[in-house]
Design a protein around this ligand. Structure first.
Ligand code: NAD
Length: 478
């Protein structure tokens, strides 16, 4: 079945003459839906709607916001299997992972429904006699939400839910590859009782919708997740226009395995971190930095585990590694593997795979014998590709782990408490994982990176308010 998605502008579902096909990467003959190709006028209309709805929503009661987010969370949870199937179909994430992501969206909506009721301020005695000082938080206003395709329901939810919880109006621009889950999420939130104009959805090309959001003086803040190149330009443009901006971007996440690690556990952690979600996670383990005493055994065991992973259609329950998202991404993965081989890496796996349906299937790849300066260790591939870096000892491993412009997630496998403690303290990353994959986080605590991976306040958890609210400091004299 092919669904016609529509923009949501001021409570009206609208479309454009021309549409963009949303194709299933596991089976390109399957057109999942058709999304509008919005022009600048549509974006402006959405911004105007958000602007005029913002004041009313900012004045809504915590109970009203609670009820919307709570009801939306309940509907997402109730429809978890159906929405998981849609997500797997449009993005290519294996069905179990896709369904789990929908469950995560429900958890996020429930978490932020609770946050609506925890929005107290501070009352300080003044340093001046009789005076009182109140510190309170107010909504930022209109927030532009720009999201990538790789977590098509979780990321929009972890931006839109806190924006609404703290009283902001939203213009949401989803990724071109994954319009379907965005459509369902917005319908669910609208049905849950949002006043018209509080949440607006505008489909279209990033190069059209993005600049229109950035240009408008009526957009107060931009929350972006996506590639480093686009993210940097979004940050620069938003800052030049005086907007608040938050950007979560690429990663080149290291997983360190030292001699004292539990080998089987380390291999499982690496396989999960590198290849689950087809390696298309900003937190994927793409550099496996392994000390000399365990290196060869680790490579043998990981290669065996990797070759046993079934590559196939995302809706096949037996699939472990789904297709990559589109032809362009497939070519990018292959290009990085070619460069890795040219620069001296020993590429194992990483071949196009034929299945019953025509899709973008690539077997997982392990590049053995790489050094830290090789292109495959410097740039984000964003596919099922990991490289092996052999190091002498833990000190060298830590130095190599930190030798990157990125700083999203960093992991270590060790049985030594002292080594784990040292790594937690010295890894230059926003998130550090001990004996756990670099990908895989909780929803009630902050999320985000450092260095070239991130800009601005962290997302998720109660800390999300740092971005979605402004502080006000009020003095009252006696
Ligand atoms: P992308 O940068 O191509 O696109 C992200 C979004 O930006 C899309 O909605 C796109 O339409 C929009 N966009 C494109 N051009 C724009 C412009 N000029 N102005 C404004 N918006 C524009 O990224 P992608 O391919 O969708 O996603 C993959 C990338 O996202 C990877 O680099 C991955 O690491 C990153 N990512 C990061 C995190 C994180 O939290 N750090 C999470 C998931 C994905």
């Amino acid at each position: 079945m092919t669904t016609e998605y529509r923009n949501l502008i001021d409570g009206e579902w609208t479309t454009t003459e021309e549409g963009a096909d949303n194709r299933n990467p596991s089976d390109v003959s399957d057109v999942v839906g058709i999304a509008p190709r919005s022009d600048v006028a549509a974006v402006r209309a959405a911004i105007a709607a958000a602007r005029s709805a913002a004041r009313g929503w900012a004045a809504s009661t915590p109970q009203q916001r609670f009820e919307v987010l709570d009801a939306a969370g309940s509907e997402v949870k109730a429809r978890q299997a159906e929405l998981g199937t849609l997500l797997a179909r449009e993005e290519g994430k294996p069905i179990a992972e896709a369904t789990a992501e929908v469950g995560r969206a429900a958890q996020l909506l429930k978490f932020f429904s609770g946050e609506t009721l925890r929005q107290g301020g501070e009352l300080h005695p003044s340093v001046r006699p009789g005076m009182e000082v109140e510190v309170t938080r107010e909504p930022v206003g209109v927030v532009g939400v720009i999201t990538p395709w790789n977590f098509p329901i979780a990321i929009p939810t972890w931006k839109i839910a806190p924006a609404l919880a703290w009283g902001n109006a939203v213009v949401f621009k989803p990724a071109e590859n994954t319009p379907g889950t965005a459509y369902e999420l917005v319908q669910i939130l609208q049905r849950a009782g949002l006043p018209d104009g509080v949440l607006n959805l505008v489909y279209g090309a990033g190069s059209v919708v993005g600049p229109a959001l950035l240009d408008s003086p009526d957009v107060d803040a931009i929350t972006f997740t996506g590639s480093t190149g686009v993210g940097r330009s979004v940050v620069a443009e938003a800052a030049a226009k005086g907007k608040r901006v938050q950007a979560e971007m690429g990663g080149k996440n290291p997983l360190v395995v030292v001699d004292d690690a539990d080998l089987d556990r380390a291999v499982e952690i690496a396989a999960n971190g590198a290849y689950f979600s087809t390696g298309q996670r900003c937190t994927a383990s793409s550099r496996l930095i392994v000390t000399a005493g365990i290196h060869d055994r680790f490579v043998d065991a990981l290669e065996q585990r990797m070759r046993g992973m079934r590559v196939g259609h995302a809706l096949d329950e037996a699939t472990v590694v789904g297709p990559v998202v589109d032809e362009r991404q497939l070519e990018q993965d292959e290009r990085y593997l070619r460069i890795a081989a040219e620069e001296g890496g020993d590429v194992r796996g990483g071949e196009r795979v034929e299945r019953d349906t025509e899709g973008y299937f690539l077997s997982p790849a392990l590049v053995v014998g790489t050094d830290p300066g090789m292109t495959v260790n410097r740039e984000e591939v964003f596919g099922p590709v990991a490289s092996m870096i052999r190091v002498a000892d833990y000190d060298e491993a830590l130095a190599v782990a930190n030798d990157t412009p990125f700083g999203l997630s960093s992991g270590i496998c060790t049985t030594s408490l002292a080594t784990a403690a040292h790594f937690k303290r010295h890894a230059e990353a926003g998130m550090v994982m001990v004996n756990a994959p670099t990908a895989g986080v909780d929803y009630h605590v902050p999320f985000g990176g450092r260095k070239g991976s991130s800009y601005g306040p962290k997302e998720q958890g109660a800390h999300a308010r740092e971005f979605f609210t402004e502080l006000k400091i009020a003095y009252t004299a006696p």
